[in-house]
Design a protein around this ligand. Structure first.
Ligand code: SF4
Ligand code: SF4
Length: 439
């Protein structure tokens, strides 16, 4: 099967894993798109059957096939549930790659997708420039004017709804720097920090907070200024050549810095970067480098709980719940570390969120490409948040942060959304007598 042209240029696990699906259906109850539609072709089992049929030449790449694959959130809940170890994520990536090639041959790639993937996300300065324009749009009052005028509604209801998705961009963009004093510990560990794309432009404060938390814990912090996108958004959307180019740049950047660990505060980026080894296994120049690099990649919660963190002492009286990002809980199998960190903070009233590992509907650019389905998932999440009775929802992925912030507005849910490192930093600052608003 792997020799089929369907898989050319696509990294895959062994043939056994691909053909391992025994059609048991244990993945069906955890699949959000199956839950929404109750249709087999929108379930993991149904998609695997379709992918095999296309790979074996029994089925063409039809509109139905494309719809089935593109409706998938790539949340990987099915991978966690599967008793046979089917590597669904890699199968669906292969399908996306073939769909993109098919669309390119038919000149059918939407312009917005071309702009996002082949221009905006290729260079960090372009993203920063776009963000600057968005800030001006908000700060000059243009955004409110456009929203109130209803002009977008005349063009498209979808466009009108999407215009509320942009979060309030406060303050100014800055290069994240260490301001907290580096605590002396017996931990001579040098960590490189990924600033990311979406995290950098929308949640610059989270990068800042990550660096302060690392300093409070005695880590030596290095933030490369020349880093670019990790390639995850390209990889999940079938642009594998671009994703590989970006992966190689990322590997060079951090290996040259000679850090002990590469620390990630964005679940989607971390999940993808941990796959660089498989992704570049056929590249003679980068195979060994990728294996070496992957061993260094850790989510911030993983680093703190595995390598060590100082017990926070600043009391925070917050009612708080944790939403699990799919690419942390299913993609990286990290469930407890963020909870451990949050529950170690004095004064926190930690409440388990019902269905904490059910996708919020963000899923990369899914909330733009499949707005209605994404909003159904978001409504379910916001209802669970109301049931939790918490005032703060904490989650470690910028896509989830954006989606939940939109959920507050759309479903009138009065909660605050924070990243776990921000809560931890608040506790350290309180214990150190730092004014929470001054940096
Ligand atoms: S749980 Fe695994 S083996 Fe069972 S149907 Fe789903 S993908 Fe196939
Ligand atoms: S990745 Fe998520 S949406 Fe896609 S098939 Fe698996 S469980 Fe369903």
């Amino acid at each position: 099967m792997k020799n089929s042209s369907f898989y050319d240029n696509v990294p895959l696990p062994s043939d056994d894993q691909i053909t391992n699906c025994m059609r048991c259906g244990m993945c069906l109850p955890v699949c959000p798109t199956y839950d929404l539609t109750k249709m087999e072709r929108h379930s993991p089992r149904g998609r695997i059957k379709l992918i095999k049929a296309v790979a074996e030449g029994e089925l063409d790449i039809t509109e139905n096939f494309i719809d089935s694959i593109e409706f998938c959130l790539n949340c990987q809940a099915c991978v966690t549930a599967c008793p046979a170890g089917v590597e669904y994520g890699q199968l669906v990536e292969a399908a996306h790659f073939n769909i993109e090639e098919h669309k390119k041959r038919k000149h059918d790639v939407p312009l917005i997708k071309k702009i996002l993937l082949n221009w905006l996300f290729l260079k960090q300065y372009r993203l920063r420039l776009a963000t600057l324009l968005m800030r001006l749009y908000q700060q000059t009052g243009m955004e409110k004017l456009v929203q109130r005028s209803g002009i977008l509604k005349l063009l498209s209801t979808r466009m009108h709804d999407l215009s509320f998705m942009l979060p309030k961009l406060n303050g100014y963009m800055r290069y994240p720097q260490q301001t907290a004093p580096k605590v002396k510990t017996d931990r001579p560990v040098k960590v490189g920090v990924l600033t990311g794309c979406v995290q950098d432009v929308f949640f610059n404060d989270v990068n800042h907070d990550t660096i302060q938390v690392l300093a409070y814990n005695g880590y030596e912090v290095y933030v490369p200024q020349n880093q670019q996108c990790c390639g995850s958004v390209h990889g999940h959307n079938g642009e594998l050549d671009t994703a590989r180019t970006l992966a190689k740049r990322m590997i060079d950047t951090f290996l040259e810095a000679n850090v002990d660990y590469v620390v990630i505060n964005s679940a989607g980026c971390g999940s993808f970067m941990k796959q660089y080894g498989t992704f570049l296994e056929d590249d003679p120049e980068y195979n060994e480098k990728a294996q070496r690099f992957v061993k260094k990649v850790l989510d911030i919660s993983e680093l703190l709980t595995n390598v060590g963190f100082i017990a926070p002492e600043g009391e925070l009286n917050l009612k708080l719940s944790y939403h699990e990002p799919c690419h942390l809980t299913h993609g990286q199998k990290i469930k407890q570390p963020p909870r451990q960190i949050l529950q170690s903070i004095p004064g926190i009233d930690f409440r388990e969120l019902p269905e904490s590992d059910w996708c919020c509907g963000s899923a990369g650019i899914y909330n733009i490409t499949h707005y209605e389905a994404s909003m159904e998932l978001l409504e379910r999440k916001m209802n669970n948040i109301k049931i939790s009775g918490s005032d703060y929802i904490v989650t470690g992925n910028p896509g989830c942060l954006l989606q939940l912030m939109y959920g507050i507005k759309k479903f009138n849910t009065p909660v605050h959304i924070l990243h776990p490192v921000t809560v931890l930093k608040m506790s350290y600052e309180k214990a150190n007598g730092v004014n929470q608003n001054s940096r």
